[in-house]
Write a protein that binds this ligand. Structure first.
Ligand SMILES: Cc1cc2nc3c(=O)[nH]c(=O)nc-3n(C[C@H](O)[C@H](O)[C@H](O)COP(=O)(O)OP(=O)(O)OC[C@H]3O[C@@H](n4cnc5c(N)ncnc54)[C@H](O)[C@@H]3O)c2cc1C
Length: 413
């Protein structure tokens, strides 16, 4: 099989991959290559025709395709190479990629690799909802793809299970296209999506959101005829007597995203059981030297701006690694404490300032985010409101870090 060599290979041409390859090239890596399996660059942004992208990095709210185009232009200005319709099938710890395209299979040996493969959606199979298997059960991303890219309407009377952002956005889109969205059912006692999407996509359109509620059965042969909704208790047990039938022809699922880390596993990259993404240091380097991870394949992001910022940093690190063959070690461990689901990065070098990303365990008002090292508070900041849906970002200067040991991060009163 033919083998080519590059300094930095980036897998996935969504916003993470676009930013990573451009910043690697601008940081001095000469031979960079972005590899995308789809027929166009932009990733999931191509189907996100609503606005709300770019408020942090561009200072304006634009649509997904507009946001992607800005970064495609930057890639072209930097003269970074890319290939489309090319799927990465295999990745080794030695950073050898096996790729497949219409021209056949080939190998690419890279000095450094950036993983930017994004996420896939959780499906009905993962939930195990009982009942027959009629047509009319879709994930929210598939509905978005059909409606926004193929002009296909998926149904007229819709129940949505899960209040993730994609589902909320598609509730509004379906309503604008003439469908009746009966309700959104959410098993948790609070919404999984951003507060702004609950207001703009449900409340503004009079769509009810039923919390602590799930779908316990799908009805219909041939096509969905309805679903059974039921209330759940604190441990998600169904409350007896709470079941009710809701007529609909479509059930749309918005029940979470799964980082696409199959290639990462092949390369031996250690993954976090909490995020499903790689364990990285402040260079965005994974447990395999020279392999970096960023964007939704690292952890599911709320807004794309942070994907871009993170990927730019990962691209710079990859260029540095490709040139030097190593990066300074990261001896300081970072651990989630009380009230924190996860915090990234998992370890830091202490060389430079670090912007930490963390998510709270539950929605709460008037909290403090506290960073401690060796028993001492090194940073404390007030948050009027925290919610698992909203990523918290905190930047710490290098002079706050201990030389070694551990930092814990808590969300407390
Ligand atoms: C419905 C929806 C609505 C959203 N709304 C907003 C919003 O209003 N505002 C906002 O800021 N953010 C929003 N986001 C979030 C934002 O779009 C994502 O955070 C962002 O797209 C993630 O970028 P990514 O590059 O990591 O992944 P993706 O965009 O998913 O890109 C990953 C790319 O990798 C490619 N790939 C995967 N595996 C391989 C392989 N083996 N070989 C080659 N290529 C591969 C895929 O084809 C894809 O193009 C929304 C997301 C969704 C899904």
């Amino acid at each position: 099989m033919h083998t080519t060599e590059v300094d930095v290979a980036v897998i996935g041409g969504g916003p993470a991959g676009l930013a990573a390859v451009t910043s690697a090239k601008n940081a001095g890596a000469e031979r960079v290559l972005l590899i995308e399996r789809d027929e166009r660059l932009g990733g999931i942004l191509n189907q996100c025709i609503h606005d709300g992208f770019g408020t942090k990095v561009l200072g304006e709210s634009i649509t997904g395709p507009e946001y992607a185009q800005i970064y495609i232009d930057k890639l072209q200005e930097a003269k970074a190479d890319f290939c489309l319709n090319t799927m990465v099938l295999d990745l080794t710890p030695e950073k050898v990629l096996t790729v497949c395209s219409a021209e056949g299979m080939r190998r690419i040996k890279a000095g450094a690799v950036v993983l930017a493969m994004g996420c896939r959606e959780r499906t009905r199979g993962a939930l195990g909802i009982p009942g027959p298997r009629p047509a009319g059960v879709y994930t929210a991303g598939v509905v978005q793809n059909y409606m926004n890219l193929r002009n296909i309407m998926v149904g007229r009377q819709v129940v949505i299970l899960g209040s993730g952002d994609i589902g909320l956005i598609m509730a509004r889109r379906l309503t604008l296209e003439g469908a009746k969205v009966e309700c959104v059912a959410e098993i948790l006692p609070y919404p999984s999506g951003l507060a702004r999407n609950v207001v703009q996509c449900l409340e503004d359109f009079g769509i009810p959101l039923y919390l602590s509620t799930t779908v316990t059965r799908i009805h219909g042969t041939g096509r969905v005829k309805g679903v059974t909704l039921a209330q759940v208790g604190p441990k998600w047990g169904v409350k007896s007597g709470s079941q009710r039938f809701v007529e609909c022809d479509t059930l749309m699922l918005s029940v979470g995203l799964i980082p696409e880390n199959e290639l990462s596993k092949k390369a031996g990259v250690a993954l976090s059981p909490v995020t499903g993404g790689a364990i990285v240091d402040d260079w965005f380097q994974t447990s395999v030297p020279g392999i970096f991870s960023c964007g939704n394949v690292l952890h599911v992001h709320d807004v794309v701006d942070y994907v871009t910022l993170e990927a730019e940093a990962a691209g710079r690190s990859a260029a540095r690694y490709a040139a030097a063959g190593s990066l300074p070690s990261s001896p300081i461990k970072v651990k989630p404490g009380q009230g924190v689901r996860y915090v990234l990065p998992y370890q830091i070098s202490g060389e430079d300032a670090v912007e930490f990303s963390l998510r709270a365990l539950a929605p709460e008002k008037d909290r403090h985010v506290v960073f401690r090292s060796n028993g001492q508070v090194i940073r404390k900041m007030r948050e009027l409101m925290v919610a698992p849906a909203q990523m918290i970002r905190v930047k710490l200067r290098a002079d706050r870090f201990p030389k070694e040991g551990e930092i814990t991060v808590e969300v407390t009163e």
